[in-house]
Design a protein around this ligand. Structure first.
Ligand SMILES: CCCCCCCCCC(=O)SCCNC(=O)CCNC(=O)[C@H](O)C(C)(C)COP(=O)(O)OP(=O)(O)OC[C@H]1O[C@@H](n2cnc3c(N)ncnc32)[C@H](O)[C@@H]1OP(=O)(O)O
Length: 235
């Protein structure tokens, strides 16, 4: 059976291919590390227990330092020409800062497309605290940056965040499922305008809008999203 090839520009942002056995293990390890980090926050243990845990963590780090890293330049080189392997695609998506299950820093946030809407959900633990008991506003901004970036799944180009405006309307609680939604508003040459909302416990806590700038050429809707055209702005 021929292995499926992945193309960088066809990969939906923040969505994950089925893990290879290696990736499944990386995710498992990262979830353990994330759980350890969460457990460590205000851990009420004695000094001896912490010293023993530190020794175990040091031994684990040293054992992992015996391995090298797969080259991002090589991975991207294959993906850009449509010759990426599933492992290459996983290496790109699995370590996204907030959404990658193999990134020990991620809650993780899960992203998906629901028709013309980009959706995400996450539950943030103690390690993501800003005000007492609430999610840090910067973490929500980061999640919104990724969410709004994903409106580029509707277009043929990809670019970087130019402007991100965030309005915090109510505190967002920790340990509660938070849901995110975003939509593409319009295209204007190399600029893509999109907006987003965040909800927790049925209350809108954040509103955001952003402008993405394509790296080269004007943004164009993919044919399957041509209905997103409004008046004259969405080309
Ligand atoms: C679901 C998970 C998905 C994960 C996705 C990962 C998301 C990653 C998000 C990021 O972290 S991106 C990193 C943060 N962003 C940057 O670092 C961008 C830094 N800025 C730049 O590199 C350049 O300023 C930029 C590419 C944005 C624009 O430079 P250009 O020289 O290509 O643009 P130019 O000055 O020619 O302007 C082109 C148009 O864009 C407009 N523009 C430029 N910069 C803008 C800006 N910052 N905001 C809004 N509009 C901007 C500009 O007015 C103009 O409009 P008009 O065509 O109408 O005249």
């Amino acid at each position: 059976m021929t292995e499926e090839k992945y193309h960088y520009f066809d990969m939906p942002l923040g969505e994950l291919p089925e893990p290879t056995p290696v990736s499944a293990r990386r995710r498992e390890l990262a979830r353990e590390l994330a759980a350890i980090n969460e457990q460590l926050v205000r851990l009420d243990s004695d000094e001896a227990a912490l010293a023993a845990a530190t020794e175990q963590a040091r031994a684990l780090r040293q054992s992992l330092e015996g391995f090298s890293h797969r080259s991002m330049r090589d991975i991207l080189g294959r993906l850009i020409v449509g010759q990426g392997s599933r492992q290459d695609a996983l290496d790109m998506a699995d370590f996204e800062i907030l959404s990658g299950p193999a990134n020990a820093m991620s809650p993780p946030v899960t992203f998906w497309l629901d028709g013309d809407i980009v959706r995400a959900r996450a539950t943030f633990g103690r390690a993501f605290m800003g005000p007492p008991g609430k999610v840090h506003g910067g973490v929500l901004s980061l999640a919104l940056d990724m969410l709004l970036a994903k409106t580029q799944d509707f277009v043929s180009n990809v670019g970087m965040t130019g402007t991100l405006k965030v309005r915090y309307m109510a505190p967002t609680p920790l340990h509660t499922e938070v849901s995110f939604e975003a939509r593409l508003v319009r295209l204007e040459g190399r600029k893509l305008f999109s907006e987003a909302r965040v909800f927790a416990d049925g209350v809108q806590t954040v509103a955001a809008d952003g402008i993405w700038i394509s790296s080269q050429g004007d943004y164009r809707l993919k044919p399957e999203y041509a209905h997103l055209t409004d008046d004259s702005d969405v080309a």
